[in-house]
Design a protein around this ligand. Structure first.
Ligand code: SF4
Length: 714
């Protein structure tokens, strides 16, 4: 039996795993006791990883060879790799020639490895010449990026997992950590004695159950809450004027803004008591060290950046930052959402935390990549990208390692876009992903246990991902597929010139990425694959000359802004984009379950992971069930302005009245009926809104207004 150290491919905790294999088959998995994220522990999903890689699952669920669809709606036919690469390059080349580089779009994933991301980014920007490249991380953490940059000056979570054991007050906001980041929650439980836990969430989640104080706010009122807490801190003299004066700017404007946020007003607006507001403000400000954990409840919002900044304001006003156990700590949903940010494979980013709107930054990367220039025209972010495809501006779309025909909001539009596109490439490990149905060309990708590279977890820690077995069937690593198409396309776009894609190993791609970090906040020029092998996973920055990564940032009160001072953000509170109305009187939220992952392409292959929650349902407060005359298990029709789905209703006492919750995991296969446009239903995202934060462009997946009524039976 062989053992291979690697990383769990699910959430952003980034747990280390040891893969057991025999005769090119994965036979077991266990937690890596030496990995600093999990010290040997794994959650239900991680500990069943090997079962998702059995021969039976592979045979039934994996995409095992390239496939071409000659006509939309027709079954796809097998095609050889050489023909598939040629077809991709030819069709992309034709479209670039006829319509220009911006007619090609790339939609990637926070589950790709850093090396995959790098090759795709260079292909899109360096070769095709477009910034039309974005990622499903847009749905996950882009508000956190903007929140950090606006206030601290850099997209860098300043804290680390060890802070969980050193904090006195944990402020968990918009995160069901117990289910979405289970191993972190185990670490919180270990350190629980003596720690106050405040949970802010409209639902009484498993995490809220463990809290000393649960602020069950109305959906979308997080900014109002933070303003109210700051108002109380100011009134009570619990802020740190010395810290504010020395290390921050812009406090007076914020102070003026929160003057109106009196405890009574905020309590009324948020739906919590004045007394609870006081308690939360006191614990936050007066504890020796306060750490906040936050996730999709803040990020997936039409004011997501404001919510992030409003919470960071509290840390700055109270000096709860830059010391052990204190600071703002955004949790990433996906295993390598951080890596995508570092590589800059998103419309609003360039490699090494650079800005595509900055001509000097573009020139730096062009020089590094050996190209004349990078495109200046702004690229479209996720929802804009699909809108542009639906409008006919983008003609070709290359989708890798993500399933937008289930995961994007406003599915009617997304599916219309995929139908309208002239050429769709879907690069996937699992043939069961709904997006595969829209592909003209299907490229089989290697999956967990079959590929090499690196990922970065929520605490900036870079870990090796290693292959234990050969890829299933004819699958190939994502970076290699992108490289091969790029080389073929180069012959047409840069004839006679040396290749830009000389990478023969993922390490070579990583080394080019590493160079883009030189002198930047995330400098990893002192790191190498060898060093990761020798000393284990490391947090960035780790510049040349350093011997290990840095656990915490801003310890000396110097922030990443031009004047070294953190900036307060004074944003007025805005309500949700689609408030409840007489026509749509319920607030719908979506989210994760404990044992499932995203669209279930992997976790859905295991019966045992359905033991926790076996089928999709809409949860409603028991009083709402009664008022609507509904019984548990009865079928209801849930409608929004964009579509409708039919599913059973269940009582959910954890919700407030007029709130509804549907898990994000199930797609069309679990539901029956058609949407407003006559399309087959597409899971909960048939309902959700593409309304987005104006700064981060992250859609408001956590809230839309819906109507719920008894389903008319045929
Ligand atoms: Fe995997 Fe996240 Fe579970 Fe760790 S906590 S085993 S990374 S799913």
């Amino acid at each position: 039996m062989a053992e291979t150290r690697s990383t769990c491919p699910y959430c952003g905790v980034g747990c280390g795993v040891i893969i057991e294999s025999q005769h090119d088959r994965i036979t077991g998995v266990r937690g890596d006791p030496e990995h600093p994220a999990n010290f040997g522990r794994l959650c239900t999903k991680g500990s069943t990883l090997h079962l998702t890689a059995t021969e039976a699952v592979t045979r039934q669920a994996r995409l095992l060879q390239p496939m071409q669809r000659l006509q939309r709606g027709a079954p796809a036919q097998p095609v050889g790799w050489d023909d598939a690469i040629g077809l991709a390059a030819d069709r992309l080349g034709d479209i670039i020639e006829q319509h220009g580089p911006d007619a090609v779009g790339f939609y990637l994933s926070g589950q790709l490895l850093t090396e995959d991301y790098h090759v795709f980014n260079k292909l899109a920007r360096g070769l095709v010449g477009t910034n039309q490249i974005d990622s499903n991380s847009r749905l996950c953490m882009s508000s956190a990026v903007v929140g950090y940059k606006r206030t601290l000056g850099s997209d860098a979570p300043p804290t680390c997992y060890d802070d969980l054991a050193q904090t006195d007050c944990l402020f968990i906001s918009g995160s069901n950590t117990a289910w979405a980041h289970p191993i972190l929650f185990r670490r919180i439980e270990d350190a629980r004695a003596g720690m106050k836990i405040i949970v802010v969430d409209p639902r009484r989640t498993e995490t809220a159950e463990q809290a000393d104080l649960h602020l069950q706010i109305q959906p979308g009122t997080d900014v109002l809450l933070c303003h109210g807490l700051l108002h109380i801190m100011l009134w009570e003299g619990w802020t740190r004027p010395d810290y504010i004066a020395r290390h921050t700017s812009g406090f007076e404007t914020l102070k003026d803004l929160v003057r109106q946020a009196t405890p009574e007003r905020v309590a009324r607006g948020c739906g919590v008591s004045v007394e609870d507001l006081h308690t939360a403000a006191r614990w936050f400000a007066q504890s020796n060290a306060t750490l906040s954990l936050y996730c999709m409840g803040l990020n997936q919002s039409s004011s997501g950046s404001d919510k992030n900044a409003a919470l960071i304001n509290l840390h700055l006003a109270t000096g709860q930052i830059g010391k052990p156990g204190a600071g703002p700590f955004s949790l990433t949903g996906q295993p390598n959402a951080m890596g995508g940010r570092e590589v800059g494979a998103m419309a609003t980013l360039l490699p090494g935390h650079r800005d595509p709107a900055d001509a000097a930054h573009r020139a730096e990367i062009a020089r590094l990549w050996g190209v004349d220039q990078l495109p200046a025209q702004a690229g479209k972010t996720a929802t804009e990208l699909f809108q542009a495809v639906a409008d006919g501006q983008i003609k070709a779309l290359w989708i890798a390692c993500t399933n937008p025909a289930q995961s994007m909001p406003d599915q009617a539009l997304v599916r219309r876009a995929l139908e309208r596109a002239e050429f769709v490439i879907v690069q996937e490990a699992f043939a069961t992903a709904a997006t595969c149905d829209y592909a003209d060309l299907l490229l089989p990708a290697a999956s967990w246990g079959e590929k090499e590279g690196t990922v970065t977890n929520s605490e900036r820690r870079i870990t090796r991902v290693r292959a234990a077995i050969a890829p299933a069937g004819q699958a190939r690593p994502d970076w290699a597929i992108a490289r091969d198409v790029a080389r073929r396309l180069e012959a047409r776009l840069r004839p006679g010139q040396p290749t830009l894609f000389g990478f023969e190993t993922p390490e070579q791609a990583w080394l080019e990425h590493r160079e883009s970090t030189r002198g930047r906040d995330l400098d990893i020029t002192g790191l190498s694959y060898d060093l990761l092998d020798q000393i284990g996973p490391q947090q960035w920055p780790l510049p040349q000359g350093a011997t290990q990564g840095q656990a915490r940032l801003y310890s000396y009160g110097m922030f990443a802004t031009p004047d070294g001072k953190a900036r307060f953000a004074a944003d007025a509170w805005r309500p949700v984009a689609e408030p409840r109305s007489p026509r749509y009187p319920f607030s719908l939220s979506t989210g994760r379950l404990r044992d499932q992952w995203h669209g279930m392409t992997r976790t859905g292959t295991l019966g045992r992971l359905f033991g926790h929650v076996p089928e999709p349902a809409v949860g409603l407060h028991p009083d709402d069930l009664l008022a609507l005359g509904l019984q548990a298990g009865e079928l209801v029709r849930v409608s929004s302005a964009r579509g409708a789905i039919v599913l059973p209703v269940q009582p959910a006492a954890e919700l407030g009245q007029q709130q509804a919750f549907i898990p994000m995991h199930w797609g069309s296969e679990a539901l029956s009926g058609r949407d407003a446009a006559g399309q087959p239903l597409a899971g909960v995202n048939a309902l959700t809104t593409p309304a987005s934060c104006p700064l981060s462009k992250q859609p408001e997946l956590k809230h839309c207004a819906v109507r719920i009524e008894k389903a008319a039976l045929p």
